[in-house]
Design a protein around this ligand. Sequence first.
Ligand SMILES: Nc1nc2c(ncn2[C@@H]2O[C@H](COP(=O)(O)OP(=O)(O)OP(=O)(O)O)[C@@H](O)[C@H]2O)c(=O)[nH]1
Ligand SMILES: [Mg+2]
Length: 345
Amino acid sequence: MLTQYGWNNHFQNVYNEAGIVLPAGRIIAAHGAQFRVMAAGGPCTAELSGRIMHTAADAAELPVTGDWVYLAGGEGASHALVYGVLPRKTALVRKKPGSHAVQVLAANVDTLVIVTALDDTYSVSRIERFLSLAREGGIEPFLVFNKTDLAEGLDAKKEEIARVFPGARAAWMSAVSGGGMEGLGAALVPGETCVLAGSSGAGKSTILNRLLGDELIPTAPVREDDGKGRHTTTARELFVLPGGAVIIDTPGLREVGIWADADGVDDVFDDIRRLSGGCRFGDCTHTVEPGCAVLDALSSGELDGRRYANYMKMSGEARENQRSPRWKSISKEIKRFYEKSDKYR
Ligand SMILES: Nc1nc2c(ncn2[C@@H]2O[C@H](COP(=O)(O)OP(=O)(O)OP(=O)(O)O)[C@@H](O)[C@H]2O)c(=O)[nH]1
Ligand SMILES: [Mg+2]
């Protein structure tokens, strides 16, 4: 049962080494402080134990969808208490809008499926933001371009994506007609977990319904004037697909706050990092300096103005993060999670 939900040798080792005796389960849905957990004996509801509330150093340590937890009263009982969270293998984390707090969106995810609609909401800059979250969380990205049936200038967009993200895994599809859905197959590995993320209205739940072969999840039309969604999905929920892959649907994000330091952002902008090697000054800010290879590439047209602007914006946010003492402590806490699990990788 748990194997179906993604339990494997990695988590078994983590569990054994931590000397846990309570039964394990996976959070399959989180509604505030109420959780739905898949335990060996089947699904149950659960709440947080007093112990976990008191020992968690930060909200980022509390369980989220995808976490493996250990439970009291889980076996056979309909209601259980979550006693602790197993160290996370990976985590999808963003900075909460308007604060220095971070929010763990999903845990133990192998693939981040970044869903972009090919309508007025299409944004390459948003994809770059999601890529930085994937990179920071140790998750492999996969790009989905949905609503090919509505796309204008499809070939130009395909060229743009191939140019900006060379070598990226991508699928182009229409979830309403089903055309191109097979392209997503590479992201759906039995026993592995992927998460659907993107703006509201991009078609995440429609894609999932197709994969499930059933209309299990509510969807709703986007606004006619600007194509924006109505925030139909409100909880992060985990499903097992007929083919054996585990998948998490998430509510559309209004803002993809960067949870990364400047180095993490540079990882997503490899071209700019390479260019900056040719700058005259080692600490070039790529804004006003003479001999700046990045500005040269910008004026020659080799570097796209949009990409440069988004790089500057994201790097600025990353530096802002690093300046906050609160950020440092949270970042340390979350990194501790990874370190704990590193030895099992
Ligand atoms: N034309 C077209 N419409 C689509 C396609 N995929 C989804 N839609 C429609 O887009 C609307 C939004 O789809 P949802 O699946 O609810 O979007 P979502 O990403 O889950 O949105 P939230 O749950 O709000 O984050 C629905 O009316 C879908 O029928 C597509 O490939 N083509
Ligand atoms: Mg949805």
